[in-house]
Design a protein around this ligand. Structure first.
Ligand code: ARE
Length: 515
């Protein structure tokens, strides 16, 4: 049987292998040496690049890890919530858990286990979206067949496991929806509108949540995005984290406020909300990238230090609005390149699908399972050739951001500059550039028209350099002889003189020096 599993290489074979693994270990057993995997052991740091793969089913994600995410230098992915959810054709059903079975429209438990294992093998850590603040509202039958009704999710949770089911004299009792999103008691005890709010101060509830997370860790998952962390007391999350079978990465979603996010730093990383506003201001329309000149000072004020996760858009801003999205064509691509260039934070990109209805789930088959994605463009953002600040995706097309050459180029650049200190900032009329130590220089032209750079100070040694943005992750080919992107010259005085196309960037590094 063991030999048979080893030689199975096709999809069916790998699915059967994963099922065999699960059966042989029991549902919550620890697969042999999952915790010893070099991928799991490597921490997520500022040198790591993550990407949220929204709407990807497990089988397709396994292939994407092997074929693109790993080879393109992505260190970790954020997946859809993996647990059983309410049924429906809206994407947000995933955020209404019905049970903690790893069965969802993204795939079965066996498919999930296999995806995690393939991604780890490709050097890509898996962070899942953990929806543990609440359960599904109303009544119905979940995706895996579990019946639920008015906060009764037996055998997992009963009505008194929720704040609305506690004695009215209990200080945590609340049966109404949150209206003040920032007041501590209200935001942690009352309901995300319409959803029963788990009493995470109860040790039995904490244990059930811990079991759910431990189950995923046992399959090789590396960490969690704690959904709606702002609505769970920091002490509860800390207690849950302390019960895990091994150290896991936590990034907590504390929406809308860096000040409230600071309450959660003792448990893990947090989303940098004000940084996302910067990205929006710099790249929503042409001509504003120079606003980046105030970013260093601003980011020091955030109070999040190196626990900030930096981002441009996520599934909420993508669907509900409030950020730069694929609709903004080349500006979208530039905005991701920008977060990859900054020394501040741990960057997370976003790869999703195009839609006309903001509620729409990724394309599903007749049984409600999410279909294999169709990548509309594998090389760069699909922009409208006449209006490059607009895109031309069809409904249900996947953007496949992880495949875009300018971004894999920027990952190569980020790797090359390491912790190089930012200097020689240039910021004028839509253009923003800076050096990182003596290892690299980047300049963004957010104007629709071209930019004639004249004697920009870079601090780089004189020579000919190949551009990562147009040339990709390893722009130098043929044993250092040719450049697959734009080649530029740095003069003896360390300055750059060149012409940069509209809505583009140039990123050169010590690793892209031709001569
Ligand atoms: C859906 C319907 C609702 C309905 C509910 C229950 O849209 O009308 O009341 O179901 O039937 C996602 C979707 C929601 C969806 C929900 C459940 O975005 O539309 O509701 O799933 O299916 C606040 C929270 C923050 C939260 C955002 C959306 O603080 O935690 O609101 N973000 C996370 C996820 C979401 C997810 C949930 C939480 C719930 O990222 O995808 O919702 O699991 C200010 C405030 C913030 C506030 C922000 C936006 O900035 O300071 O606190 O964020 O505005 O309102």
């Amino acid at each position: 049987m063991r030999n048979l599993i080893l030689v199975m290489t096709n999809r069916l074979g790998r699915m059967l292998a994963a099922i065999g693994l699960v059966i042989s270990l029991g549902l919550t057993g620890l697969p042999a040496h999952a915790e010893d995997s070099p991928t799991i052991a490597k921490p997520i740091t500022s040198a790591s690049v993550g990407i949220q793969m929204f709407g990807w089913n497990w089988n397709a994600l396994a292939d994407e890890c092997t074929n693109y995410l790993g080879p393109n230098g992505y260190d970790w992915i954020l997946t859809l919530p993996p647990q059983e959810h309410k049924t429906g054709n809206q994407w947000w059903v995933h955020y209404q858990p019905v049970s903690y079975k790893l069965e969802s429209s993204a795939g079965t438990r066996a498919e999930f286990a296999h995806m995690v294992s393939d991604c780890n093998a490709a050097g890509v850590k898996v962070v899942t979206d953990a929806v543990v603040n609440h359960m599904a509202g109303g009544r119905g039958i979940g995706f895996a067949g579990t019946e639920y009704e008015n906060a009764d999710f037996s055998p997992l949770f009963a009505a008194n496991d929720f704040h609305s089911g506690l004695a009215k004299s209990d200080p945590h009792y609340c049966s109404t929806d949150i209206s003040n999103w920032n007041a501590f008691d209200e935001r942690t005890n009352c309901k995300f509108p319409g959803l029963p709010d788990l009493a995470t101060e109860k040790s039995s509830v904490r244990q059930k949540i811990t079991d759910f997370l431990n189950d995923q860790l046992s399959l090789g998952v590396s960490g969690f995005r704690i959904d709606a962390a702002k609505h769970i007391q920091p002490a509860d999350l800390k207690a849950i984290k302390s019960l895990l079978i091994r150290d896991a990465y936590f990034v907590q979603e504390v929406a809308g406020s860096n000040t409230i996010a600071q309450e959660y730093l003792g448990t893990g990383d947090v989303w940098a909300w004000d940084q996302q506003q910067f990205a929006t201001d710099m790249f929503s329309s042409p001509g504003y990238a120079n606003l980046g000149k105030s970013f260093d000072a601003a980011s020091r004020e955030y109070g999040l230090g190196d626990q900030a996760l930096t981002w441009v858009t996520n599934h909420d801003t993508d669907h509900h609005g409030g950020g730069v999205t694929y609709n903004q064509g080349k500006l979208y691509q530039l905005s991701f390149a920008w977060i990859l260039s900054e020394p501040y934070g741990k960057p997370m990109l976003y790869s999703g699908y195009a839609f006309f209805d903001e509620n729409a789930e990724a394309p599903q088959n007749v049984s409600g399972k999410i279909e294999k994605p169709y990548c509309a463009s594998s090389t760069e953002v699909k922009f409208n050739k006449k209006i490059p600040t607009e895109s031309t995706y069809d409904q249900g097309d996947f953007t496949c951001v992880e495949r875009w050459k300018p971004l894999t180029g920027m990952i190569g650049w980020r790797d090359a500059v390491g912790d190089g200190v930012k200097k020689y900032v240039y910021a004028k009329t839509g253009v923003y550039g800076f050096a990182r130590g003596t290892q690299g220089y980047v300049v963004f032209n957010s104007n629709a028209r071209s930019f004639s750079a004249s004697k920009l100070k870079t601090g780089l040694p004189a020579g000919t350099y190949c551009d990562h943005y147009s040339g990709g992750k390893s722009p130098i080919k043929l044993a250092g002889k040719t450049c697959s992107g734009l080649a530029v010259t740095i003069a003896k005085d360390g300055t750059l003189t060149t012409k940069l196309a509209g809505l583009s960037a140039l990123a050169i590094s010590s690793a892209s020096r031709l001569k």
